[in-house]
Ligand binder design. Structure first.
Ligand code: SF4
Length: 387
């Protein structure tokens, strides 16, 4: 044996004595499969008591090439794994699981929903009279934020050079007065009355020709209620939004023009109250937690993730009953290292619990399908620009 061989044997022994493990001593893993610790790093965020780790997504296609694992993005792999499952659906809210996608795509859907899906919102307010305590500009701002139930897909955008017509504008009027001797009244959103023939306010005419045609602020060629797309009248989604309060003798008379726009121009056009996602929680008990400790663990969790089960020998054991409810508050791993060792809190990196809260202009499921179409259009634009 040469002196260099004996040196390397000695240093290996020293390393083993110190607790280091040689790569050659790791168990064999089949080709095309990552060893468990790398699989965990690739697919889970580990939520330790102090901070989450492994939050990045490993996108480099050759990241695991030395282990014979292909990490490239493949269309067939995506279409085999991707799925959407709706877990809750009401008129205003939808929760669904989106599985098998990258966080960047989930975030793209969220941003499209917030900023790029059009709706109709009040943009121009013509105030004929306002003696309320609310100033004109605040009143106009409040009116703009009232959600309008009108399908934006039926309307055109109103550009700078366009005239307001039946295809790009919805006109409402609001005229409320509080009697001089009456009590104070609240002006609510249901006071906005739809004008299917367009504006009724006359523009001030130039000159003094009495035969000149009276002009209004819109140029409708026909009534909107004669069009099939207006079979359900555009109304405000919620009838009881307070616009202003009027004291005795006060009055508001105005006309409000709603046009099509998107949330990135102004939040009033955003079709969602909010749209958000979280990764699927995974709560793992690393050891059996029995007896009093099981009771303590159950008490620690504020959202009831853990339950107690009775074993045949009469002892009680903690089990993870509702992992999806975990909010990652980390209460269960807080009291010292021993609890941190007992419980692993994780997030599945490619499983998103997505929630859409619609403002009511369009149902949430329609909003999502429209968001998919917008993302599709964007992808097609990129492909055509590149080719
Ligand atoms: S992190 Fe919070 S919510 Fe999640 S299991 Fe622990 S205590 Fe419950």
């Amino acid at each position: 044996m040469s002196s260099s061989d004996s040196d390397s044997d000695t240093s290996m022994k020293e390393a083993q004595d110190k607790g280091f493990v040689s790569a050659l001593d790791l168990p064999d893993v089949p080709s095309q499969k990552l060893p468990p610790h790398l699989e965990l790093r690739k697919t889970r965020v580990l939520c330790n008591a102090d901070a989450p780790v492994n939050t990045d997504t490993i996108q480099y296609s050759g990241a695991y090439a030395s282990m014979g694992v292909d990490n490239s993005l493949r269309l067939d792999h995506f279409s085999n794994n991707f799925r959407v499952e709706v877990t809750r659906l009401t008129e205003e809210e939808m929760e669904f699981d989106m599985v098998g996608i990258n966080p960047a795509i989930a975030n793209a859907f969220r941003r499209i929903l917030l900023a790029e899906l059009p709706t109709m919102a009040i943009e121009k307010v013509l105030i004929a009279n306002n003696t309320s305590v609310i100033r004109d500009e605040i009143l106009a701002h409040r009116l703009g934020l009232i959600p309008i139930k009108a399908d934006p897909r039926l309307f055109d955008y109103l550009s700078e050079n366009d005239k307001p017509s039946e295809k790009n504008t919805i006109v409402f009027k609001l005229h409320v007065a509080c009697e001089r001797r009456g009590p104070r009244i609240a002006v609510k959103s249901d006071e906005l009355k739809w004008l299917p023939n367009g504006s009724e306010l006359h523009k001030a005419s130039e000159g003094s020709n009495p035969n000149a045609k009276v002009e209004t602020y819109t140029s409708f060629t026909r009534s909107q209620d004669s069009l099939p797309e207006f079979s359900s009248n555009p109304v405000t989604v919620y009838p009881d939004i307070i616009v202003s309060k009027l004291g005795p003798g006060q009055e508001i008379e105005l006309e409000a023009h709603a046009v099509k726009g998107v949330g990135k121009t102004h939040a009033k056009w955003s079709p969602v109250a909010t749209s958000w996602y979280r990764m699927l929680p995974e709560v793992v008990l690393n050891e059996e937690i029995k007896g009093k400790k099981a009771e303590i663990l159950k008490q620690k969790c504020p959202v009831g993730v853990f339950d107690i089960e009775d074993l045949a020998d009469g002892t009680k054991r903690a089990k993870v009953a509702r992992p999806r409810a975990c909010t990652l508050c980390r209460e269960c791993v807080r009291d010292g290292e021993e609890w941190e060792k007992r419980i692993s809190l994780r997030r599945v990196k490619d499983h998103f619990i997505f929630t859409i809260e619609s403002t009511g202009a369009l149902p949430p499921e329609v909003l999502f399908t429209e968001a998919v179409k917008i993302l599709e259009d964007k992808c097609e634009r990129v492909i055509s620009d590149l080719s």
